[in-house]
Design a protein. Structure first.
Length: 399
């Protein structure tokens, strides 16, 4: 299988091209990275069309493999190449110490203890006192839980694998078993777990949530309901009033983690303005909030570009996160600029009747935190969680 090729590309070739694609996206973003990818493919003697057909062929092969081994082999290749692409330039921290216990020695003791050896004997054999090692363990766990760029967690995972005989084979076997089970479920025609329907009642509830991003996302869903719903429905009208309040709140309070919510808020306000839902005073307030949000987003985007420049060509995991933020804020700046530029032309004063806004209802319960409804785990953390060695460690740390 190692030398088998589909459209001239082996499974390893596909893994390498996918890793390079991710690396180039982290360096140059969308859509600029595509020209670099085309150059890379040409150097390999192929092109985008051939690569797409080859990958589709390999994916069909993997999905048809009842043993799950092809999926597992590809996952292990992805892990190796992803770490090279996004972690190769991270300084070696294996000899950093907490309470006199280096990261490497800590990983070795933990790996060997997981393999069945007595931990207290391992600790004593390494020359540490038991209390010292317990403090070191707490310190290393704390450090890894605060490791937002996953330098420590990734190196710990690599060291843990180093001191676990046959670790890679065990992980590959586990992945293969999981994929084989999925294949058997599909072959038996068993249905996937049904997703819970997100109803209008859920939206109304979530617009009162203490979590801002939960409120803002719910407001976006309500806005969609208003756009396609019965404007004479008093319950929908009341919910839409609350949604407008939350869109304005979002434009005033969004941060790097909620730029997509701010972009949705701007588009929803444009829709409400075009449908005559906003009274003149609220429309004027909305335009001011849009302009201030636009200026703030432009300033943040400039700061992101400045911070990103020194690491653009370095294989460090924060590059993925920062490029993602740059893409998000570029889109936000463009959307806000378009909405502001068309605001006066689009705005239509409300007519009298059930669809007009009237006094706004609902309260704001405040609070901050990550979204309970639609948290986006994109970027390097999502990539790491999907890897067979690092993923279980991150999940054990509650990340």
């Amino acid at each position: 299988m190692q030398d088998e090729a589909i459209y001239g590309l082996t499974l390893r070739d596909c893994a390498e091209i996918m890793a390079k694609d991710g690396e180039l996206k982290a360096q140059y973003g969308e859509p600029a990275h595509r020209a670099y990818l085309q150059q890379y493919l040409a150097q390999r003697g192929t092109d985008e069309n051939t690569w797409a057909h080859a990958w589709n062929g390999w994916w069909t092969r993997m999905e048809a493999d009842p043993s799950g081994q092809l999926h597992a082999k590809f996952a292990m290749m992805q892990q190796e190449l992803a770490l090279q692409a996004h972690h190769a330039d991270v300084p070696d921290q294996s000899q950093y110490e907490v309470e006199g216990v280096s990261l490497e020695k800590y990983a070795e003791i933990m790996a060997r203890a997981a393999g069945g050896e007595d931990m207290q004997a391992l600790v004593a054999g390494a020359g540490f006192e038991w209390g010292q090692f317990q403090r070191a363990q707490a310190g290393w766990n704390q450090a890894m839980s605060e490791d937002v760029h996953h330098h420590l967690t990734t190196q710990y995972g690599q060291l843990y694998a180093k001191y676990t005989p046959g670790f890679a084979q065990q992980m590959q076997g586990q992945i293969a078993g999981q994929m084989a089970a999925n294949h058997a479920q599909r072959a038996a025609g068993l249905p996937d777990e049904p997703e819970e329907e997100y109803t209008f009642a859920h939206m109304q509830r979530d617009m009162q949530d203490a979590n801002p991003r939960t409120r803002w996302m719910a407001a976006h869903h309500v806005s969609n309901q208003w756009d396609i719903g019965d404007h004479d429905d008093p319950t929908l009208t009341q919910a839409a009033r609350r949604a407008v309040e939350l869109h304005l709140e979002c434009l005033q309070r969004f941060d790097e983690h909620s730029s997509s919510e701010a972009e949705a808020a701007a588009n929803d306000l444009k829709m409400f303005a075009g449908e005559g839902f906003l009274p003149p005073a609220q429309a004027e307030d909305a335009k001011g909030d849009l302009e201030r949000a636009h200026a703030r987003a432009q300033e943040h985007l400039a700061n992101l570009h400045a911070a990103f420049a020194p690491i653009r060509d370095k294989a460090v995991p924060e590059r993925v996160h920062m490029q993602s933020a740059i893409q998000d804020f570029t889109s936000l700046v463009e959307t806000l600029g378009e909405v502001i530029g068309e605001w006066d032309e689009d705005y239509r004063a409300p007519s009298s009747g059930g669809g007009s806004p009237g006094p706004a209802g609902g309260g704001d319960s405040g609070g901050r935190g990550g979204s309970a409804l639609a948290e986006n785990e994109g970027g390097f953390l999502a990539l790491l969680k999907g890897l067979p060695i690092i993923g279980p460690i991150l999940r054990a740390l509650g990340l």
